[in-house]
Design a protein around this ligand. Structure first.
Ligand SMILES: NC(=O)c1ccc[n+]([C@@H]2O[C@H](COP(=O)([O-])OP(=O)(O)OC[C@H]3O[C@@H](n4cnc5c(N)ncnc54)[C@H](O)[C@@H]3O)[C@@H](O)[C@H]2O)c1
Length: 425
């Protein structure tokens, strides 16, 4: 993004393969639109495994992993290792430079151990010729580029206003929608980042609770209810689509870390802990619907293993969780995803068999579950299935399939709507 907007950019990674790919003009990860940006920025983009190279940059942005520790807090282990090497690269340099932490960290990290590590390694004091910022991305995999081009806001935590000015100028040059900038202390920005994600997960769990209620309430339809709810400007329509659990590398972890942090402060994290409990219960809720439709010897097919469409990431994916639960219970499970089948089969370790297309999976399954709302799943070949006359069930978690009455041999179960009485297994 930065290179495509005219900046000279060096990508630095400990993974030599990522560095090699970028230097050869290839995007090192799958993300819609990324290859075009890389191809169009060749003269401004290079990569190296040499972390000290950051010392030559006016602005260094640190976006290394912050894995959860055993309590659910974020570990700064990789951040501190990188700050140490980047800091040594900054030692003895002239001119004004800033380090921007973009990884998700526990509030208080930047002003404490990160600042100490940076000053120790660089031999320079933050606030003089060196600035420290915390500026996380509010991006979702699959829409990273659009989210960066048109953010709702840009959040900047700053050690001092000079550092924030430099970063605001840099990011204002990327954004195409003139977003509001919110500049604040480092700790306020760190808290805002995890507070945003925790609020969004709370909304998802709320909508999923409504979906669960609607399934038990004759005549009810969660979509009708949340559509009206979302029109209330105090609530808003986004992330209010009652369906199944949230997953991915960020939402579950950020929500847990928020709870751990609140507890450490002596505050009660009732909301984030309830959000997490509701989310965990979603796999059982879905498995209950599946099992109510299964007969002895039936095969279950799961469509969608990525945690959301347009990504191959399977971290905490609802489809994989369901496959694991049903496979462990001894059911015959088949799986398919446009991108993530191989990764999921590896993670499932023999609990499921892969299919090469959605059509193949549907043809081989007695009960099919659409777990990820990939657009292609809205066009399942149900007519062909019906013509075969073999009775089967499709559980449509996201109400993707076109409206039509369940008829003939194929029963469509739309989650979030009143479910008929389950037939006995
Ligand atoms: N993925 C998202 O959508 C997202 C969104 C917002 C925030 N975040 C946060 O951003 C951070 C990074 O997440 P990610 O999903 O990009 O992780 P990732 O694991 O996909 O990528 C991190 C990259 O850092 C490299 N790396 C690891 N240690 C390093 C080191 N010491 N020096 C240099 N490079 C190193 C890895 O090789 C990898 O290429 C995390 O704190 C995460 O919580 C992620």
């Amino acid at each position: 993004m930065l290179a495509s907007k005219g900046n000279q950019v060096v990508g630095i990674d400990v993974n030599p393969e990522a560095v090699r790919l970028l230097n050869e003009g290839h995007a090192p990860v799958e993300e819609p639109g990324l290859q075009d940006l890389v191809s169009g920025s060749q003269d401004r983009l290079s990569a190296t495994t040499e972390l000290g190279a950051a010392g030559e940059a006016d602005v260094s942005i640190l976006l290394v992993p912050t894995p959860s520790d055993e309590r659910g807090a974020f570990s700064n282990e990789h951040v501190l290792a990188a700050v140490d090497e980047v800091g040594r690269g900054l030692r003895g340099r002239d001119g004004y430079q800033i380090l921007v932490v973009a990884s998700t960290v526990m509030p208080g990290s930047c002003d404490a151990e990160i600042r100490t590590a940076l000053e120790g390694a660089s031999g320079r004091r933050v606030g003089e010729t060196l600035g420290l910022c915390y500026s996380p991305e509010f991006i979702a995999l699959g829409s990273v580029i659009r989210d960066m081009l048109e953010p709702d806001m840009v959040l900047i935590g700053e050690s001092d206003s000079r550092a924030g000015d430099v970063l605001e100028r840099l990011y204002a040059g990327i954004c195409e929608n003139e977003p509001p900038f919110r500049r604040m202390s480092l700790v306020n920005a760190e808290l805002t980042k995890i507070a945003v994600n925790t609020y969004v997960t709370m909304k998802i769990s709320y909508a999923n609770t409504l979906a669960d209620m609607c399934e038990r309430l004759p005549g009810a339809d969660v979509e009708v209810v949340t559509d009206a709810l979302g029109l209330d400007t105090r609530i808003g329509a986004k992330y209010l689509r009652g369906a199944i659990s949230y997953g991915g590398p960020c939402f579950p972890r950020d929500n847990k870390a928020f709870g751990v942090f609140a507890r450490d402060l002596g505050a009660e994290p009732f909301l984030s802990e309830a959000t997490d409990a509701v989310n965990l219960a979603q796999t059982d809720r879905l498995a209950g619907v599946v099992q109510s439709r299964l007969k002895v010897g039936n095969a279950v097919g799961i469509l969608g293993l990525a945690y959301k469409p347009d990504t191959g990431v399977i971290d905490e994916s609802p489809g994989v969780a369901l496959a694991r639960l049903l496979g462990s219970a001894g059911y015959e499970v088949r799986v398919y995803d446009p991108v993530a089948t191989e990764a999921a089969l590896h993670a499932l370790g023999g609990l499921a068999e892969g299919c090469s297309s959605a059509a193949e999976l549907v043809a081989q399954s007695d009960v099919t579950v659409i777990a990820t709302p990939w657009p292609e799943f809205a066009e399942l070949p149900l007519d062909a299935l019906e013509r075969k006359g073999r009775s089967s069930v499709v559980i449509d978690c996201w109400r993707l399939l076109p409206e039509r009455a369940s008829c003939g041999a194929v029963e469509i179960v739309r989650l979030g709507r009143a479910l008929e009485e389950a037939s006995p297994v």
